[in-house]
Design a protein around this ligand. Sequence first.
Ligand code: PGA
Length: 251
Amino acid sequence: MRKNIIAGNWKMNKDLSEAVKLVSDLKSELDGKTLNAVVIVAPPFVALEAVKSLIKDSPIKLAAQNMHNEDSGAFTGEVSASMLKSVGCEFVILGHSERRTIFNETDEFINCKVKQALANDLLPILCCGESLEERETSKTMEVVEKQIKAGLKDLTNEQIEKTIIAYEPIWAIGTGKTASPEQAQEVHAFIRKLLIEISNESVAENVTIQYGGSVKPDNSKELLSKPDIDGALVGGACLKADSFRDIILSV
Ligand code: PGA
């Protein structure tokens, strides 16, 4: 059975003391609550270790926002999968649209990272999603298909089953414009069908497919009630403990 997963992508926000405060507040907001979802936070690299020590006796899990695909070496400014493991990460966000568009990451490069994450026992959150122009020219499914097929290339069924997919239409990220629950469900169902094609029905049934793009406490319940929407990747609304709590509790 696939799990609902709510992940907070902090992006390039919060210095060390702010990160400590946010995760401490989140921990108290969730204390004693029944959670129907796995909760993940993805702080900036420099706060990972501090956040890990604060969440160790809580249900909150740790993700990084990116990594390199090589083990080690002359890659100035980069961080490896084993480094992330060593500070307690269990997940890593890969192929976010901001990485693809601002840092020119290609599907091939992202695929190498997905394989490297899995080889190091880190669970990838593989992001995909179309631009506004691609949606308006009816290319959404084509774009998503290409990103998913390339991102999961050469993975075994067992590895695909461990991978989390995040559908994040670029036009909905940080814009306040959310895909309607129907629009999101349509793409999620398409991704699940694609997973059957790439692997098989039971693998496809077990893969968590998150929605991301302006998820807020006032729209999360409706989005998350859709049959193929298995959680959310949250940006802006995860930067305040109470709004992230409300999204988590809406599952
Ligand atoms: P947003 O970001 O919730 O601020 O739209 C989502 C994301 O980029 O993961």
